[in-house]
Ligand binder design. Structure first.
Ligand code: PEP
Length: 247
């Protein structure tokens, strides 16, 4: 399956940041990437970025959506609004949202389902904390999150999983090759049980957490790693292009 390099800009970027997207577009036009490429900017930039990315390989995604279609939810954004603004996908259940906003797997599942119903691909994030890893609970935590968060419509065309150990996000730390392989294999097995063996092999499982140009090739070569979700290193066209070139 074709891998995906997705950039999560988090709460970074203003209208002028479209210049960085333009720089990435130019680099990719010259390089013909061997993976799909996506940038998930803040919601305020989705229309600007999707207009600027037109005619390039770069897809645009959101970082979160509400589980409802519309209504009295001040400050929230629906999946249909993201689609209307130009997004083709949305991240749901990022650990920063699970931690900062108390999002449960049940809510993440509802958001993923709302995203798919609106015609977006749902990128569902899972991952253990350092305390959970040190307690030997990584696989049970990831399984519980997968079981609880996977949308009913999960399929290769609708759903992407991102395994992001919380302790590796923004820390410069990355798990060992064996640790990544173990969790990705467990997620694939979990997907088989929840969908079917065939469909489980169509659902991309991204690795996320301190991916950078210098470690991308090694991480992307691991079995069952079908791409990367990249935070900090996606903000600079040079760094993100360096990661994309590692595929
Ligand atoms: C992320 O938050 O999705 C992420 C992977 O961040 P970073 O690459 O900065 O660790």
């Amino acid at each position: 399956m074709r891998p995906l390099a997705a950039g999560n800009w988090k709460m970074n970027g203003h209208q002028a940041s479209v210049a960085e997207l333009g720089a990435l577009k130019d680099k990719l036009a010259a390089a013909s990437p061997a993976c799909d490429v996506m940038i998930c900017p803040p919601a305020t930039l989705i229309t600007t970025f999707s207009d600027a990315a037109a005619g390039s390989v770069i897809q645009i995604g959101g970082q979160d959506c509400h589980s409802a279609v519309s209504g009295a939810h001040t400050g929230d954004i629906s999946a249909a609004m993201l689609k209307d603004a130009g997004a083709g996908a949305v991240i749901v259940g990022h650990s920063e949202r699970r931690a900062d906003h108390g999002e449960t797997s049940e809510l993440v599942k509802a958001k993923a389902q709302a995203a798919i119903d609106a015609g977006l691909v749902a990128i569902v994030c899972l991952g253990e904390t350092l305390a959970e890893r040190e307690a030997g609970d990584t696989l049970s935590v990831v399984h519980a999150q997968l079981n609880g968060s996977l949308p009913d419509q999960a399929a290769g065309a609708t759903t992407i999983i991102a395994y992001e150990p919380v302790w590796a996000i923004g820390s410069g730390l990355t798990p060992t090759t064996e640790q990544v392989a173990e969790v990705h294999q467990a997620i694939r097995a979990g997907l088989s049980a929840l969908t079917s063996a065939e469909e489980a092999h169509r659902i991309r499982i991204l690795y996320g957490g301190s991916v950078k140009p210098s470690n991308a090739a090694e991480l992307m070569a691991i079995d069952n790693v079908d791409g990367a979700l990249v935070g900090g290193a996606s903000l600079k066209a040079d760094d993100f292009a360096g990661i994309i070139a590692a595929f």
